[in-house]
Write a protein that binds this ligand. Structure first.
Ligand SMILES: *[C@@H]1O[C@H](CO)[C@@H](O)[C@H](O)[C@H]1NC(C)=O
Ligand SMILES: *[C@@H]1O[C@H](CO)[C@@H](O)[C@H](O)[C@H]1NC(C)=O
Ligand SMILES: *[C@@H]1O[C@H](CO)[C@@H](O)[C@H](O)[C@H]1NC(C)=O
Length: 429
């Protein structure tokens, strides 16, 4: 039941695809790279992380301006657990995307070849060499490796108490090479950050002991990171259903550009990965519960003064892993559904996939113990910025009130039940 991508392939998204690929063109095509940079905010899930944090363009390790309310005051609150869900870094186009671009490129070449003066853009494009190779399909780009190493460095700086030498790290990844490579690059970035930190400390403490080691476990878990491949009901009702994307297909026939292409991508994500159909988000129940199971365990261990068995959990997946979970939790829900005909009313929509899940997107659950009350608190960050809790609008919540808010999901959202196909209706009469 694996791999069913792009069944309803966008015929008209060629322009977006083209500009997107040009963004990856690190070659001599300076002009195009600039143009691609101007377009990048509209790339939806293909956006670069730096669109959200422009300061990273200058210094990929910079933490940016301080955020009010984050972290909780260290005098009273100690971080106990970090549970991170990370999207892989920048990747090369998939095979389908590469082939589509190849056809488009050939078309441009063919047109330039003929009589008549080609438009300037077409002429520039015809000078661009199609450098994508089959062995790059869907792989993590070197840029993606840098995305991950830098993210690791920043997280180590943000959470020095948790991402510290000798802390236990639990890595989980999707089986896709781009995710495995992302986890690997993240690990490398983290190791470098810890070593540097160690060196810094050694100057003050010359007796510090030898090599810093990382204590880690590594697990490939597609049922958790690619739940959408295992949810029968989702596959049948949405993925393999040629009418499920009717809003998306209707919009493709409409006019306009750039922002329209962004909307087209958002529309697809919305209907397939978020609020379009209840199964979109409910397919992530097991992931949701596993995050809370780890939080629960940490709270319990802390209450009985035991060491936290999983202080750091680092999970590597896809845009399709993060979006359903965020929707399940109630984030970025527009009052009115995104539709083909309400594009103008959705100009200020919350569902902007480029801001939610660019490459290297990350969702961080941070659990604290706050003294002297021994109160457990939680903060959630998306792409390193505090998220407001949907139930309170606040950026910090007591763990019990959050559990209470999600009580129904925690008790009743069962993957096997939610994803099961209805039994064949037995014929009566
Ligand atoms: C361009 O034209 C030449 C001859 O005029 C032809 O041999 C070649 O195949 C054409 N290239 C494309 C891409 O159509
Ligand atoms: C760590 O180990 C490596 C090789 O095992 C060694 O070359 C290096 O000097 C060690 N560093 C420290 C700080 O002990
Ligand atoms: C396909 O999607 C449409 C639109 O949501 C829905 O009405 C229909 O029941 C779905 N078909 C199947 C086979 O799930």
């Amino acid at each position: 039941m694996l791999h069913r991508r792009g069944r309803h392939g966008p015929a008209r998204a060629g322009a977006l695809l083209l500009s997107l690929l040009l963004a990856l063109a690190q070659g001599p095509a300076e002009g195009e790279a600039e143009a691609a940079e101007q377009l990048s905010p509209y790339f939806g899930t293909k956006s670069r992380y730096e669109e959200l944090h422009p300061h990273l363009l200058e210094d990929p390790l910079s933490l940016g301006p301080p955020q009010p309310g984050f972290p909780l005051p260290p005098a009273s609150c100690t971080p106990l657990q970090l549970s991170a869900l990370v999207r892989h870094g920048t990747r090369y186009p998939t095979r389908e995307q590469r082939e589509k671009l190849g056809r488009l490129h050939a078309l441009v070449l063919g047109r330039n070849n003929g009589t008549g003066s080609p438009c300037a853009a077409a002429e520039r494009l015809s000078r661009w060499a199609m450098w994508l190779q089959p062995d790059m399909d869907g792989q993590l780009a070197s840029r993606g490796r840098r995305d991950m190493k830098a993210l690791a460095g920043r997280l180590a700086a943000r959470f020095p108490g948790l991402l510290a030498p000798q802390r236990r790290l639990a890595f989980v990844s999707s089986s896709k090479p781009r995710c495995l490579d992302s986890a690997h690059a993240f690990r490398e970035g983290l190791r470098e950050a810890l070593l540097q930190h160690h060196r810094g400390q050694q100057q003050q403490r010359p007796t510090a002991e030898g090599n810093e080691t990382m204590i880690e476990t590594f697990e490939i878990n597609d049922r958790l990171m690619r739940f959408f491949d295992y949810c029968k009901k989702f596959i049948k009702d949405v993925e393999d259903n040629s009418t499920a994307m009717h809003e998306v297909n209707a919009f493709k026939k409409g006019p306009e550009m750039k922002k329209v292409l962004e909307y087209l991508n958002d529309l697809k994500q919305y209907w397939k990965r978020a609020y379009g159909y209840p199964i979109d988000s409910r397919s992530s129940c097991s992931l949701f519960q596993s995050i809370f199971k780890h939080l629960d365990q940490a709270v319990m261990e802390s209450k009985s003064s035991k060491p936290i068995s999983s202080p750091v959990i680092l999970q590597f997946g896809h845009a399709e892993t993060l979006q359903p979970l965020l929707a399940l939790m109630g984030y970025f829900k527009d009052a009115e559904p995104l539709k083909a005909h309400n594009y103008h009313r959705q100009m200020d929509r919350k569902y902007r996939s480029g801001r939610i899940v660019p490459y290297a997107a990350n969702l961080l659950f941070l659990l604290y113990r706050c003294d002297p009350e021994k109160d457990y608190k939680i903060q959630i960050l998306l792409n390193e910025r505090l998220l407001q809790f949907p139930h309170s609008g606040d950026t910090v919540s007591s763990y019990t009130s959050l559990e209470n808010h999600y009580k129904d999901l925690l008790q009743n959202c069962n993957f096997d039940e939610v994803c099961a196909m209805p039994k064949n209706p037995s014929r009566t009469g």
